[in-house]
Write a protein that binds this ligand. Structure first.
Ligand SMILES: [Zn+2]
Length: 272
């Protein structure tokens, strides 16, 4: 057993290359056999050859069951979540694009992602659904006499990403993380975004942070869609804390859309 001893795949018996394979507790898996595993599986070191065999058998059965799904909701334009509300099951794919430099697929039915054999998961096996809204900013400058100069007040582009993290109780998957959009929603803003009561209240109420009594009255009996459309009916001076201009209004709408989407995903998946 030297440093250069050959390793062979515990499934197919082929030689395992240096890269792309998977080290198991009691063996090795080659690159090709690894492709048969769930893309959300990341626990090779803790798994035995027997566990891997079980997983691959379960995934073969999973593939057959995909045709029985009755998908009635599809979320996301990069990573996607497809939901069968009748049978309370869902599947998810983290990246619908194929290979390098290809753009994400528009997913209209299970057929579009069947080649990826997405794992079918029961709502009852969902432990938690967490929405991560990741916001970063970049200052925008103007060029005066060949120099890059700040605006007064400073202008920023807000870059906001929307991730759904689903924790599951499942034989070979722990966490499913889906980015709904390829990249971020980019909102140009003249000045810093206002963290006004409306925005914080909205986010607090819709994303599970404790509701504040005196704000509750504004949200009762309104769905998120109502809130969004009411807020967006005419161009207000500020929307979601952004200073509305013709330049950023469409992207603020897009932001509102993704907020609504996240809320709907959470509500749907937790409806066990
Ligand atoms: Zn193999």
């Amino acid at each position: 057993m030297g440093l250069f001893s050959k390793k062979y795949c515990c499934l197919c018996g082929e030689k395992v290359g240096l890269l792309g394979g998977l080290k198991l507790k009691d063996g090795d898996l080659c690159k090709e056999c690894k492709k048969k595993l769930s893309p959300f599986f990341d626990d090779g070191k803790e798994s035995t050859v027997e566990d891997i065999k079980k997983q691959i058998a379960a995934r073969e059965e999973n593939y057959k069951q995909l045709d029985n799904l009755q998908i009635n909701k599809i979320y996301g334009e990069f990573g996607v979540i497809l939901i069968d509300e009748t049978n309370k099951k869902f599947v998810a794919v983290a990246d619908t694009s194929d290979g390098l430099f290809k753009s994400p697929k528009v997913v209209k039915s299970i057929e579009d992602i069947k080649d990826k054999n997405p794992d079918i998961i029961d709502f009852k096996d969902i432990e938690d659904v967490d929405i991560k809204i990741i916001e970063t900013t970049r200052e925008e400058k103007q060029t005066i006499d060949g120099q890059q100069v700040s605006y007064d007040p400073k202008h920023y582009t807000y870059m906001i990403g929307f991730d759904v993290i689903i924790k599951v109780n499942h034989p070979y998957i722990k966490t499913i993380r889906i980015s709904l959009k390829n990249g971020t929603v980019q909102i140009y803003n003249e000045g810093r975004r206002l963290k006004d009561d409306y925005v914080t209240g909205f986010i607090r109420d819709r994303f599970g942070i404790t509701r504040v009594e005196d704000r509750a009255v504004h949200y009762d009996n309104l769905t998120i869609q109502n809130i969004v459309s009411n807020a967006m009916k005419e161009m207000p001076e500020y929307s979601f804390g952004f200073k509305c201009t013709l330049k950023n209004y469409d992207s603020i709408r897009e932001y509102a859309y993704y907020l609504a989407l996240c809320d709907d995903i959470k509500t749907t998946l937790l409806n066990k």
